[in-house]
Design a protein around this ligand. Structure first.
Ligand SMILES: Nc1ncnc2c1ncn2[C@@H]1O[C@H](COP(=O)(O)OP(=O)(O)OP(=O)(O)O)[C@@H](O)[C@H]1O
Ligand SMILES: [Mg+2]
Length: 287
């Protein structure tokens, strides 16, 4: 079942000359993780703004084509309802903390409080998310005194507690160190396991290759390449489209050029290992 369907969508920001999105068509299926990659200024954030209804509810401009969320056009959704249907996490972990709550626990519960969820349920749901993300040691801390990685995990908790089925996540790790990045990806993986539909804009293509079901490459407002992750990252022409390839895929292409191709272009380290191990068994005569 598709939860988001884009049909021939074009969009131009107010006062802008160029279209930021051009004839975009794609279907996002329930429970899948979509990696969105491509050069700066290509339109990735604009695509996120469109799906979460900021376009056209907040940004005016010129929108044509169909944008369906759960079968209903974004233009017909009330924006506050859409905001609880789609959870949104963005790049800067510092600007996601409300600044009005004194503990992490209250910060995570804030969205439910705003919705008027009763106190018992609010506490119960917040505790569940705290456990899911392993945030127990942080709950009494002041959200303003957390590190970037801790804030990003709290931001995820604040969104997860709302229990939205669709998550739009725009470069969540760009300000994080490798350890915090790994923690964020573990959270994203857990959300996928729960059946959430996830759109993830992320420049770290090795992680996209490992976790995404499908990848969309966006260049100058168009989807230029899209499909199952292993197929997309096997295409070397991505490099000409402002995107990068996971290092193992680059190695795969180099080996092929050197006349020693693997069975297929590996896009994850696991698949490279498997193929190399297979070849070694073969060259060692099956030992
Ligand atoms: N609020 C705005 N008003 C006018 N033009 C905008 C606005 N936001 C973005 N744009 C333009 O729309 C185009 C797409 O920008 P967008 O931010 O969606 O790209 P992006 O792929 O997210 O880039 P990045 O990788 O840098 O985050 C760019 O040309 C940008 O200048
Ligand atoms: Mg962006």
């Amino acid at each position: 079942m598709n939860v988001i369907k884009l049909q021939n969508v074009s969009y131009k920001y107010p006062l802008s000359e160029e279209f930021a999105l051009k004839e975009i068509s794609y279907e996002f299926q329930q429970g899948k993780l979509y990696g969105i990659i491509g050069a700066n200024g290509g339109g990735k954030t604009t695509l996120c703004n469109l799906v979460r209804g900021l376009i056209p509810h907040f940004y005016q401009g010129e929108l044509s084509g169909e944008v369906l969320v759960n079968g209903k056009d974004v233009r017909d959704w009330e924006s506050h309802v859409l905001a609880t249907t789609i959870g949104f996490i963005f790049q800067n972990p510092f600007s996601q903390i409300s600044g009005v709550k004194e503990t992490v626990f209250e910060e995570i519960a804030l969205g439910l409080e705003n919705l008027g969820v009763d106190k018992e349920e609010m506490i119960e749901r917040t505790i569940k998310v705290v456990k899911l993300l392993g945030l127990e040691e942080l709950i009494k801390r002041n959200p303003n005194n957390l590190s970037g990685g801790q804030r990003q995990r709290v931001a995820f908790a604040s969104i997860i507690v709302m229990n939205s089925d669709i998550l739009v996540i725009d470069e969540p790790t760009s300000q994080l160190d490798p350890e915090s990045t790994a923690e964020v990806f573990a959270i994203i993986h857990a959300l996928k396991e729960q059946g959430k539909t996830i759109m993830l804009v992320e420049h770290k293509v090795d992680l996209v290759a490992e976790f995404a079901d499908e990848v969309l490459v966006i260049e100058e407002g168009r989807i230029v390449i899209a499909g199952p992750t292993a197929e997309v990252f096997a295409k070397e022409e991505l490099l000409q489209k402002g995107a990068s390839l996971p290092p193992v895929a680059l190695l795969g292409h180099e080996l092929a050029r050197a006349g020693q191709p693997l069975d297929e272009i590996p896009v994850t380290i696991a698949s490279a290992k498997e193929q190399i191990a297979g070849r070694m068994r073969w060259t060692n005569g099956g030992n």
